[in-house]
Design a protein around this ligand. Structure first.
Ligand code: SF4
Length: 300
């Protein structure tokens, strides 16, 4: 059984968020402002934080399957820039037209996701007036939000208001919105692959066996949310785990990260996606039980 070492979790993530707050290590140069796709990409002519920017950002974040994949944001920015009608509330191109647009702008999402994009746009327009802040109105955390969305869906006879978007995505969107607006929402650190990966490599996850990523996310979320309240006032701080994972952990197997990484001395080192020794299925970082971490990739 896999469990969370809560003391270790606090130690590890306090070091990361403190490094972000104090601009040390990697965070001396890499910050949400110069790396976060929410800041780096937007359709030309759109001002950061204005209603078109928030609308665009919401539609992209709700389509984000790979945790802030910068290419996704860049290509969505181009698509909206050259197709201004997409900003309009009440405009829903046909699925065929939308698929052509996605393909033309190299937005590599399956057709089902493109249909979801249109549904999400429609529901954002019709039920929230095109204003993403209204999604979060009257709720303070992710559990309350999910209940609110389910109640609206039930009342309207809609199966899913924002198909394809789950808790992690609503945390991500809340993180973005809280950077540009006065949104107050508790869960603004997305419990993504990087949080889960760091937990595995730094010994926050203890025990043995396998764990479902959704179960793990549920276990980690309240602990991370509680811890993060200490760092709420640090602008951009919720991006720290993503920056750490994306810029450091992915390269840690081949580059010396001892200066850049704030938890280097506490981490066993990175591991890559690998096959489970019994089922032969691919394991994401997050699902891999600690005892399966390949030794060759661990620092001694
Ligand atoms: S030591 Fe490497 S794998 Fe561990 S947290 Fe730092 S960068 Fe990531």
């Amino acid at each position: 059984m896999i469990q969370i070492d809560k003391k270790r979790l606090k130690e590890i993530f306090r070091l990361i968020f403190n490094a972000y707050a104090n601009k040390t290590g990697i965070f001396a140069t890499l910050r949400a402002e110069n790396l976060g796709p929410q800041n780096v990409f937007r359709p030309q002519g759109v001002t950061i934080g204005d209603k078109d920017h928030l609308y665009w950002l919401t539609l992209v974040a709700l389509s984000d399957k790979r945790t802030n994949s910068p290419i996704l944001y860049r290509n969505f920015a181009r698509m909206f820039h050259r197709n201004k009608s997409l900003f309009k509330r009440g405009v829903y191109p046909s699925l065929a037209r939308m698929t052509n647009l996605f393909r033309a702008y190299k937005i590599a999402l399956p057709v089902m996701e493109i249909a979801f994009f249109l549904q999400r746009k429609r529901h954002l327009d019709e039920l929230f007036g095109g204003d993403p802040l209204k999604i979060y109105e009257g709720v303070s955390d992710i559990d309350e939000l999910m209940k609110k969305l389910m109640a609206i869906a039930k009342k309207r006879g809609i199966r899913n208001l924002f198909p394809g978007a789950k808790r992690k995505i609503f945390s991500l969107l809340a993180m973005f919105l809280s950077e540009f607006t006065e949104l107050e929402f508790a869960d603004i650190v997305p419990i993504d692959v990087w949080v889960q990966s760091i937990c595995t490599s730094s010994g926050v996850l203890i025990g043995s066996g396998q764990i479902d990523i959704n179960v793990l996310e549920k276990m980690l979320r309240p602990l991370m949310t509680e811890l993060f309240q200490e760092f709420r006032s640090i602008k951009g701080a919720p991006n720290a785990t993503w920056i750490q994972g994306k810029m450091l952990c992915t390269n840690c197997a081949r580059l010396d990260m001892s200066i850049a990484c704030p938890i280097y001395h506490l981490c066993k080192g990175p591991f890559s996606r690998m096959r489970h020794p019994v089922s032969d299925k691919h394991y994401g970082r997050i699902q891999m039980p600690p005892q399966f971490i390949p030794k060759a990739l661990c620092s001694s």
